[in-house]
Design a protein around this ligand. Structure first.
Ligand SMILES: Cc1ncc(C[n+]2csc(CCOP(=O)(O)OP(=O)(O)O)c2C)c(N)n1
Ligand SMILES: [Mg+2]
Length: 305
């Protein structure tokens, strides 16, 4: 018997996601207190500043002097594209890890956007702990910026030197497989995996959405894939950001996920909920009307470009 998959109803049924569209909030209420929201937003802005600093600056890290050519890296190597979305997701996931005392890891599919994870390591203090010459002061920040993708420094992808890194960034396609591998036989682990929309076009990644068929919800942990629809693979349009939103949702329903869509403003106010066994998974929810447990995939809005 063939049963038609029922796609969840979206709040914006008639509106397709556009890489150029406005930020839209889809949740009701205010899960974050105003002060918490302000601080989280400030942390995000600081992260973005660090990302830009790594990409462009070799000196004058806090722009205390008027910017000159001498301060700018002569050759730019590095990706901005996924940095904003990755920082955003990382920060909010961190907030939830603290709030719910979760045992969790973050896997960066677009590991080419290394400034995202490096900025977090630096702000958390682990970078300076591991590399004491890169302290959280003016001199340390200058070194931290300059070394990024620079002769004698570190790579532009999330390389093994990145504190806490166990997944080499750079070769696209394996993030979902690694995420599922990480939770097999680890029932308490939640792995959030960020997938670039360009990365999603690689053969290995396109196939690996089906890894959910191998997951035992009782003996394994949970994977929370976040698809980052920033619309581009470097500067070329991505397929998943160009099909209609209904088609995109239907695709993921077909893969066996419950797609939840968050626009930038919605992510900021996203809340988390743990379902009881046997689902044993975490569901990010932006609309309280959704009561169905499952294995969600999040389709994240353009925030990177
Ligand atoms: C297997 C593989 N093929 C090609 C590349 C070259 N490459 C680096 S980044 C990138 C685009 C990735 O797009 P996306 O995941 O959307 O990241 P964004 O450009 O949005 O940061 C490509 C094709 C690669 N790193 N690995
Ligand atoms: Mg992209």
């Amino acid at each position: 018997m063939i049963t038609a998959a029922k796609a969840p109803t979206t709040v914006y049924e008639d509106e397709s996601l556009s890489a150029y569209g406005p930020a839209r909030a889809t949740i009701q209420g205010t899960p974050l207190a105003p002060d918490e929201l302000r601080k989280t937003d400030a942390y995000w802005q600081a992260s973005l500043y660090l990302c830009l600093g790594m990409l462009y600056l070799r000196n004058n890290p806090l722009l205390r002097e008027p910017l000159t050519l001498e301060h700018i890296k002569p050759r730019l190597l590095g990706h901005w594209g996924s940095d904003a979305g990755q920082c955003f997701t990382y920060i909010h996931f961190n907030r939830l890890i603290n709030k719910y005392d979760l045992n969790a890891i973050y896997i960066s599919g677009p590991g080419h956007g290394a400034p995202a994870v490096l900025s977090q390591a630096y702000l958390e203090g682990t970078y300076s702990e591991m590399y004491p010459d890169m302290r959280e002061d003016l001199v340390g920040m200058q070194r931290f910026f300059k070394q990024f993708s620079f002769p004698g420094g570190i790579g532009s992808h999330a390389t093994p030197e990145t504190p806490g890194s166990i997944h080499e960034g750079g070769e696209l396609g394996y993030s979902i497989s690694h995420a599922f591998g990480s939770v097999f036989d680890h029932p308490d682990l939640i792995t959030l995996v960020m997938v670039g929309d360009g990365e999603a076009e690689t053969g290995p990644l396109a196939t690996s959405w089906h890894s959910n068929k191998f997951l035992n919800p009782i003996t394994d942990g949970a994977v929370l894939p976040v698809l980052h629809l920033n619309g581009y693979k470097i500067n070329n349009p991505t397929i998943l950001a160009r099909i209609s939103h209904a088609e995109l949702e239907a695709l993921f329903v077909g893969y066996g996920y419950i797609p939840l869509t968050s626009w930038r403003a919605a992510i900021q106010r996203a809340c988390i909920r743990r379902w009881p066994p046997p689902w044993n998974t975490v569901s990010w929810r932006f609309a309280s009307s959704r009561k169905r447990p499952g294995r969600p995939v999040r389709l994240t809005a353009p925030a990177g470009r």
